[in-house]
Each structure stands twice: as C-alpha cells, then as structure tokens.
Design a protein around this ligand. Structure first.
Ligand SMILES: Cc1cc2nc3c(=O)[nH]c(=O)nc-3n(C[C@H](O)[C@H](O)[C@H](O)COP(=O)(O)OP(=O)(O)OC[C@H]3O[C@@H](n4cnc5c(N)ncnc54)[C@H](O)[C@@H]3O)c2cc1C
Length: 323
C-alpha cells in the first residue's frame, strides 16, 4: 500500500500536526508492508525542510512545485495533489485536520475519486484493512469505517495522535506539478488576525470562558492565563453570541474541535454542543459555581466555586511556578 501524508507549512515552519499524521502514515505502511511518503506543496520549500519527515520514519519526500502554487488555493492545490497521487499510483492520502487540511482534503478526495473520512480520532489495521474511528452526532457515538481496497483520503484530528520519533534517511524529489484547468478562487493575500494568542484548534493548553464570565472585559484575565501557559483562549457559543469574544475562539459543534493536553472551562455549563468540541481533551478542569453543572461529568478535576476568585489565584500560581 502506498500512502501520501501532507505536510503543511505556515510562515516557514512545518505545523506539528503534520508530524502527528505522518507518524500514523508510517505506522500503517509498516503494518501493511507498504510505503509512506511525505508531500510538500509550494515554491518556498527547501530541501532541508523536506528532509524533516526523517524524524518520523518517512523515507521519501516529494516537493510539488509550480508558479501557481505560490499562494494557497484549495482547488489548485487539490488538483496538483490528486494528479500527482494518480500519476505515482498512491492508494491513500492523509491530511492533518487543521483548517487548511479540512479545506483541502474533501476536494482532493473528489478529484482523486476515493472516499473521504473526516476528523478521525483512531486508526488501526485489522486483517489487512485500515480502520478509522470518528465521532458522530456531536460525539454521542463513534463510527467505525473501513474502505474497499484501502483507497481513501482521511483527515486526522489535531493533538490526538502522538508524534512517534523514529529516525531514518529521507530522500527528497522535486516534481513540477500538473494542474487541471480548474475554476478557482484567487487568494490575493493574507492578513494576520489581531490576537497574539495561539489558535484554539492547535494549542496544547486552552483556557475557555462561558456566560459565567459576565462580560467581555473579564476575558482579559483568561487571555493573560493563556499567555502564561503559551496556550490559547477559547469560549462557549453563549460568550461568542453575546459579542464578548470573536467566533474564531468558539469551541464546540459550530465552533472548533480541540483536543489539547489541558482544557480549563471557566463558567461553562457543559452543554452537549460545547462538549462535542472539547471532550477528547486529555485533562479537563472545570471551574463552576454550580456543583450540578454537566461539565463536571466530563471533568478530570472539578472546582466548585466562583471563577472570579479561582482564576486570579490560578494566574498567580502559574506566575510563581514560571519564576
Ligand atoms: C445547533 C447548536 C449548535 C451549538 N453550538 C455550540 C458550540 O459550538 N459551542 C458552544 O459552546 N455552544 C454551542 N451551542 C449552545 C449550547 O447549547 C449552550 O447554549 C452554550 O454552550 C452555553 O454556553 P455557556 O455554558 O457559556 O452558558 P450557560 O449554559 O449559561 O452556562 C454558564 C455557566 O456559568 C456558571 N457560572 C456563572 N457565574 C459563575 C461564576 N462566577 N463562577 C463560576 N461559574 C459561574 C453557571 O453555573 C453556568 O453553569 C449550540 C447550540 C445549538 C442549538
């Protein structure tokens, strides 16, 4: 079996989630006596960068180049990737489920003409078949999927799969991308958002606030804690709908799905739609003054109390720990 694993590069750096996905690709290939190869797309990928998948046992990297791939456009990138995968007879392509991965993967699957499995949280090999598990109905149930002849495109949820360090030699080949004459939007530029904080979808530590924060001014306190942790600030939909925090911070069914090592929920009741976005976090801390709030059912640690007393104490504690 031949698997391609997509490496996403932003601001000159490879996204960590690419290594998580590539580790899984290498593992599947090993179990099926196949081959896993890394795929970089763009004009500014150096040979040295394309060698970095050597960290996770990927022995071959490809760089797809073309003038038209200078800036990201989902349909142009998808056309280049699927043409390349067809020409080199790959069976499957894995993407990290970052915002770019989620944008690109379904279009690639359509062009490549194979099924797409999104937001996967578990991958295994059983009797020669690759099997996937993904949450459905806002995480109320899990769906197990396998695909005929192991031909698929899948996106793997960020922060769920570990990076498995297994060093090897990686050969790099640059390939001129072949593009179809696709109708495409043209990206003319990018503008950085105002927040200095990390994106919730990719942060390893998140502190989130809900309606219990009482107003926009109190989110500053959460942003400070997030900064101390080197993490991100999240929010419930109630806080976003009230206009206290931009939608880019929203966690949940109609927001972002997160799986950090630590998720701290402050003044969030734990509605099913919120849990759908964060219940796969490794450690969940809930701060709520209502001891019966449903968030405590999923919390690893629960603090029943007033967040306006607890969060400042938490901030001071982290400050003193960080010296
Ligand atoms: C189709 C659909 C999609 C949705 N998508 C999302 C989504 O993506 N994300 C999402 O979050 N919601 C989503 N919702 C909304 C969801 O149902 C809830 O309404 C929302 O999550 C509630 O937000 P909350 O927990 O902040 O507010 P509330 O439910 O009002 O909870 C506030 C909590 O704060 C606590 N509190 C108050 N004061 C304090 C204090 N001083 N100290 C400590 N605790 C305090 C209260 O005890 C309470 O538990 C969706 C709903 C629908 C119908």
């Amino acid at each position: 079996m031949k698997i391609l694993t997509y490496f996403e590069v932003k601001d000159g750096e490879i996204k960590k989630a690419s290594f998580e996905t590539a580790s899984k690709a290498a593992e599947i290939a090993e179990k099926l006596n196949g081959e896993a190869c890394a795929l970089f797309v763009g004009e500014n990928i150096s040979e040295e960068m394309a060698k970095s998948p050597s960290r996770v046992n990927i022995k071959k990297s490809y760089i797809l180049k073309n003038e038209s791939l200078k800036t990201f456009s989902n349909s142009i990138y998808a056309s280049a990737i699927s043409n390349f995968a067809k020409e080199r007879e790959f069976d499957a392509i894995l993407f990290p489920a970052t915002s770019t991965g989620k944008d690109l993967a379904p279009i690639v699957s359509a062009y490549f003409d194979v099924p797409y499995i999104s937001d996967v949280i578990k991958v295994d090999v059983e009797n020669g078949d690759v099997t996937f598990v993904k949450p459905i109905f806002s995480g109320k149930a899990m769906k197990k999927i396998s695909v005929e002849e192991n031909c698929f495109v899948a996106s793997l949820r960020v922060n769920v799969f570990p990076v498995i360090e297994k060093h090897c030699e990686t050969l790099v080949e640059s390939v001129e991308a072949k593009l179809d004459d696709v109708k495409s939007s043209k990206v003319t530029g990018y503008e950085k958002g105002s927040s200095e904080l990390l994106d919730v979808a990719e942060a390893d530590i998140i502190i989130s606030g809900g309606r219990g924060m009482k107003g926009p001014e109190n989110f500053e306190m959460l942003a400070e804690v997030a900064k101390l942790f080197g993490g991100a600030m999240g929010a419930s939909r109630a806080a976003v709908d009230a206009g206290w925090v931009p939608h880019s911070h929203q966690v949940g069914q109609t927001g972002k799905v997160v799986s950090p090592s630590l998720y701290i929920a402050c003044g969030i009741s734990g509605a099913i739609q919120h849990l759908a976005g964060m219940s796969s976090s490794k450690v969940i801390v809930a701060i709520n003054k209502d001891k019966d709030a449903p968030i405590f059912n999923v919390a690893t640690y629960g603090i029943v109390g007033d967040l306006f007393e607890i969060v400042p104490l938490l901030k001071e504690e982290i400050k003193s720990l960080k010296g």
